[in-house]
Every structure is written in structure tokens, then in C-alpha cells.
Design a protein around this ligand. Structure first.
Ligand SMILES: NC(=O)c1ccc[n+]([C@@H]2O[C@H](COP(=O)([O-])OP(=O)(O)OC[C@H]3O[C@@H](n4cnc5c(N)ncnc54)[C@H](O)[C@@H]3O)[C@@H](O)[C@H]2O)c1
Length: 164
């Protein structure tokens, strides 16, 4: 059994879905200096997602939270793709697609097939589905976790495997 990645090992992050949550997750990771690849379902959705991230970074500049140079550097670290295969080399993938069990189970099965790093963490931002269900769609349930933001902007997490 491989050992899941720890924070210090995580340099390359993937995000699935670039709606409200996915765009925010991608932005936070890029601002933290991580290389980010975001997957969306179509070129139109990819463009909308990139615009959402850029608009949020612009707001940050206007409010004095980051400089123009920091905004440009963060945006430079984000690529939005329409091929899930673009997430193959990621250390951490955070799924933030539409809240639909069939969609998420299929995505985790596909991510398990695609992501090559054997100790990569596969995370879901689901607000209602049991993480166990998503973990069982993969051959690495001990590396599947739930991440959920709270009102205090912390992240809580849960594992899909009770034995780990
Ligand atoms: N507290 C929290 O952590 C919290 C809060 C709100 C939402 N959520 C969860 O976050 C997830 C996303 O919510 P949201 O509000 O950002 O939704 P959203 O509708 O704004 O965005 C979902 C995005 O996923 C994309 N998508 C759909 N199917 C996809 C697929 N197969 N591959 C890639 N992208 C796909 C859609 O095109 C859309 O852009 C949901 O699971 C939701 O329940 C969690």
C-alpha cells in the first residue's frame, strides 16, 4: 500500500470543475505558489472558469490583498483544460464538480485510472455525499479524502477508509 502525499510533497494540484468552489480552490492554491491545472467540461466552461479566477484576483488587487505582480504570477500558475488527462501528473486533485453522485463516482473512477503519482491524494469538495462511496470507486480508497470549507474559511477533511 502506498503512503498518501503530505502537504510538503504537494506541488502540483488539479481541480475538477471551475464553478464557484473550484475557481476559489484553484485561486487559493495558485496564490500559495502551487502549479494548478483545472479541468472543465467544455471550452466555454473553461473560459468562464478562467474569467472567474481572474476577476477574483482583480478584486483582491483592488482591495489591497495582493499586488498586480502577485495577481499576474498566480494567474500564470493556472491552466484550464478540457481533457481530464491533463491532471495525470498531479500530487493532489480536488474534485469540485456539480453535486451529482453519478458524475462524482464516474470522475473518481476516471481519476484513479488517469493519475499516475501512486501516492497522490484524491479529494472531493462534496457537501453531501459519503466520501466512502467515492473512495470505493477507486483502487486507492485510503488516498481519497473529503475537503469542505467552513464559514471560518478553514478546511475540514475526512478519509474514505476507516482502517487508515
Ligand atoms: N462548504 C463547502 O465546502 C461547499 C460549499 C458549496 C458547494 N460545495 C460543493 O462543491 C461542489 C461544487 O459546487 P459549486 O457551487 O462550485 O458548483 P457550480 O455549479 O458553481 O460549479 C460546478 C462546476 O463543475 C463543472 N462540472 C460538472 N461536471 C463536470 C465534470 N464531469 N468534469 C469537470 N467539471 C464538471 C460545471 O461545468 C461547473 O462549472 C459541489 O459538490 C458542492 O456541493 C461545497
Amino acid at each position: 500500500m502506498s503512503t498518501p502525499a503530505v502537504a510538503a510533497d504537494i506541488r502540483r494540484v488539479g481541480v475538477v470543475g471551475c464553478g464557484l468552489m473550484g475557481a476559489g480552490i484553484a485561486e487559493v492554491c495558485a496564490r500559495a505558489g502551487l502549479d494548478v491545472v483545472v479541468h472543465e467540461v467544455s471550452p466555454e466552461a473553461a473560459e468562464a472558469g478562467r474569467t472567474r479566477i481572474a476577476a477574483s484576483l482583480d478584486r483582491g488587487v483592488r482591495r489591497g490583498k495582493l499586488s498586480g505582480a502577485e495577481r499576474d504570477a498566480a494567474l500564470h500558475r493556472v491552466r484550464v483544460v478540457t481533457d481530464l488527462g491533463g491532471l495525470a501528473d498531479r500530487d493532489l486533485v480536488v474534485e469540485a464538480a456539480t453535486e451529482d453522485e453519478k458524475v462524482k463516482v464516474a470522475l473518481f473512477a476516471e481519476l484513479d485510472r488517469i493519475v499516475t503519482c501512486e501516492n497522490a491524494l484524491l479529494a472531493s469538495n462534496t457537501s453531501s455525499l459519503p466520501i466512502m462511496k467515492l473512495g470505493m470507486a477507486t483502487a486507492r480508497p485510503h488516498q481519497v479524502i473529503g475537503v469542505s470549507s467552513t464559514r471560518s474559511r478553514c478546511w475540514t477533511w475526512s478519509r474514505s477508509c476507516r482502517h487508515c
